[in-house]
Design a protein around this ligand. Structure first.
Ligand SMILES: [Zn+2]
Ligand SMILES: [Zn+2]
Length: 487
């Protein structure tokens, strides 16, 4: 199986329509260029670690994605299409892409503009106009083109069993390029983008596969309490894979870093000063690194060295004097006695089915703009919730298990979803742009229930999270904190 990539460094907005709007960057000025990193551990392809795409390229990729859905080749076809267009024209960004080459090849997919090829104009100029339409090229890539003389130029759907081919093989079957291997290196980027467009960044990380024999069942350890789904899975897999590990630590309330929010695991290594202990810790650290993407790992620290997904290609880097990555005589601070593993929270596990009790934050990247109890002209009395500002389209997750009890427009709340938990607490998710669930649906913590929007009484896109107990709004920040999460 092919392993792909992933890590997106910027907040993207992900409509299903072929236009991407970069609304409301989380911090700093809005950027027209997005850096899309392809850093899946274990990805064997010649994958660049990061690709800068401008808005035009993002829009063209979105067009290829939308056209894939339209033509029925789905997300898998979209991966092939985007990888192909990346190789052929750098997603239309290559300066030469709009000028036909010696063979008359032009545009997003470098389709031939000569009479009798990919367009049915009566002159090459007319064909150039037809082929300047990116959606036309994408459609033709997928469905092929039957010329006026009745010759069918094959598209992806004409390739028998294309779903079983590698991305590079499928691309080559359509393009018949002189460089058949060139497509493979864009697979990681293509998968990243398709995952984004499908509105499921939770699936971003699932480009690796964990050991098939691991079921990562609950450990029964009290330290599972308050851990996010990703952290729980890391704990459980390690517990199962290395039974000699007797102590796994998780939440440390008040920790300003990942231990405070249930996003870290400390794997305590027995006899850490012995060669066996060092070998064991190294084995676990390497396992976490190799499976980083599938596990949702962000960084690992072991024996005064740090490895992070963001700088994966630099390998293990030696720590300095910082408290979080320290080199020095304190064995605990120097991470000699334990492997520290930080995770995203819900990215590796996606929509978690790890069982009840998990609590997760509702959005991945956000800025808190308004707290419970704030007063101001926008609210009748005091603010009844906690506001997570994030770009329109950012997925919203169920913070805990429950049943959907209401969906739809609700005055100042705009598009509202409510989720009722087993103890009768009602969680309000307001101002959504999209609602992904229906009344009566059971959801587990981490399930994407909709997307951030700006409907109702708002000044910008955000999620208004409200927690009602006995019908009375209580402080969501406190509610989350008492469950081990720090928003
Ligand atoms: Zn730690
Ligand atoms: Zn609010």
């Amino acid at each position: 199986m092919l392993k792909a990539l992933i890590a997106i460094s910027a907040a993207l907005t992900l409509p299903l329509a072929p236009v991407i709007v970069f609304a409301g960057a989380l911090a700093g000025p809005q950027s027209q260029t997005q850096s899309v990193a392809a850093t899946c551990a274990g990805w064997a392809g010649e994958t660049p670690t990061s690709v800068e795409l401008d808005q035009g390229q993002m829009n063209r990729a979105a067009t290829i994605y939308a056209t894939a859905l339209e033509t029925g080749v789905g997300a898998a076809g979209a991966v092939v299409g985007i990888a192909t267009a990346m190789q052929e024209s750098v997603l239309g960004g290559h300066p030469a892409a709009r000028t036909p080459n010696a063979d008359g090849d032009v545009g997003l997919f470098q389709q031939r503009s000569l009479i009798g090829w990919y367009a049915d104009g009566t002159t090459q100029d007319e064909n150039l106009r037809i082929l300047a339409d990116d959606a036309y090229q994408a459609r033709t890539f997928y469905l092929g083109h039957t010329t006026n003389s009745g010759w069918h130029i094959p598209g992806l759907v004409d390739v028998d069993g294309w779903q079983q081919l590698t991305v590079a093989e499928a691309a080559q079957a359509v393009q018949v390029s002189a460089y058949p291997d060139a497509y493979a290196k864009h697979e990681g980027l293509a998968r990243t983008l398709v995952t984004l467009f499908s509105g499921n960044p939770a699936g971003l990380a699932n480009c690796g596969t964990l050991d098939a024999d691991l079921d990562c069942a609950p450990t029964g350890m009290p330290s599972e309490k308050g851990q996010t789904p990703d952290a729980l899975r890391v704990m459980r897999c390690i517990h199962q894979k290395w039974p000699q590990i007797k102590s796994l630590l998780g939440v440390r309330p008040g920790d300003p870093k990942d231990h405070g929010s249930g996003r870290a695991v400390d794997v305590m290594i027995p006899n850490y000063f012995s060669p066996t202990g060092i070998a064991l810790g190294t084995e676990i650290a390497e396992w976490a690194r190799t499976n980083a993407t599938a596990l949702g790992v962000t960084y690992i620290i072991w024996r005064e060295h740090l490895w992070s997904v963001a700088r994966a290609d630099e390998g293990w880097r030696r720590c300095g004097q910082a408290a979080s990555c320290y080199t020095g005589p304190d064995p605990s601070a120097a991470h000699l006695d334990h492997v520290h593993i930080s995770v995203h929270g819900t990215q590796g596990t996606g929509t978690t089915t790890l069982g009840s009790g998990a609590v997760v934050l509702p959005v991945d990247q956000y800025r808190l703009t308004s707290r419970f109890g704030d007063t101001g002209p926008r609210w009748k009395k005091a603010h009844t919730g906690l506001d997570f500002a994030a770009p329109t389209g950012t997925p919203i997750r169920a913070v805990t298990d429950g049943t959907i009890t209401r969906t739809g427009l609700a005055g100042a709340y705009g598009n509202l979803t409510t989720l009722t938990t087993a103890d009768g607490t009602v969680i309000y998710y307001a101002h959504q742009s999209t609602i992904n669930v229906t009344v009566g649906q059971r959801v587990t913590a981490g399930t994407v229930i909709g997307k951030v929007g700006a409907t109702g009484n708002v000044t910008g896109p955000h999620l208004h999270l409200e927690v009602r107990s006995g019908g009375i709004p209580t402080d969501p920040d406190r509610w989350l904190r008492t469950r081990g999460l720090t928003p």
